[in-house]
Design a protein around this ligand. Sequence first.
Ligand SMILES: Cc1cc2nc3c(=O)[nH]c(=O)nc-3n(C[C@H](O)[C@H](O)[C@H](O)COP(=O)(O)O)c2cc1C
Length: 220
Amino acid sequence: MKAFLKNEELFNALNSRYAVKQFEKRDIDTSELEDTVKTILQLTPTSFWLQAYKFINVKDKDTREALKEHSWNQWQITDADMLVVFTVPTDFNKSHIEKHMANMKNIKNMDDEKVNWVTWFMINKIIETWEELWITNFEEWTAKQAYIWLWNLMTSLSILWIDACPLEWLNPKEYNRILKLDEQHLSAKVAIAIWKRHADDKYQDEPKVRFSKEELFIEM
Ligand SMILES: Cc1cc2nc3c(=O)[nH]c(=O)nc-3n(C[C@H](O)[C@H](O)[C@H](O)COP(=O)(O)O)c2cc1C
């Protein structure tokens, strides 16, 4: 079977990944890392291709300090080389779909008739008859996409030997205020601190605490 990695290589990467608690505090040029992170996130799929989201790359030290106060004072917020906050739109509407379709038309060189049909279909399914998709709340639905980026990014980074810590324990209201997200109709959902584990971080030596496969799976 054709594969990019051997199973063993993948499992080694997944096993050596852990939620880093203590990062090495350093002042380095992060442009290459940023480009890697941006490419992984750009390649992450979203439901219905809806890329109506923004990733906030928080570089400013004072802003990071301010965010830390509203993230259980977790050190990862200030100490990691990169901090990315995943946000979702609070005003999801048909203009998001039209923007996506204009981009798709360009990339796929689609004719107007097809573009109009797909645009109609998406507006109809997602906005006008959304109850049929069992979507009860748009912000809740779009928030799920944030966790898909998060996990795709974490797994991909682990394969590249780049450390990270997912950060869910943040106060979205305060993040929205500090990052001025309200005025852009965005809301913070989750964040990630990236690179590089401190040699003294004791969590890296802890065994993975996981239930057995028998416990996790129901065979039918
Ligand atoms: C969605 C999500 C949010 C998390 N938020 C935090 C967080 O805010 N702070 C933290 O230290 N760890 C956080 N974690 C890390 C988990 O506690 C950790 O991944 C889990 O205990 C399993 O350990 P491992 O990642 O070392 O294998 C989060 C993990 C996930 C998946």
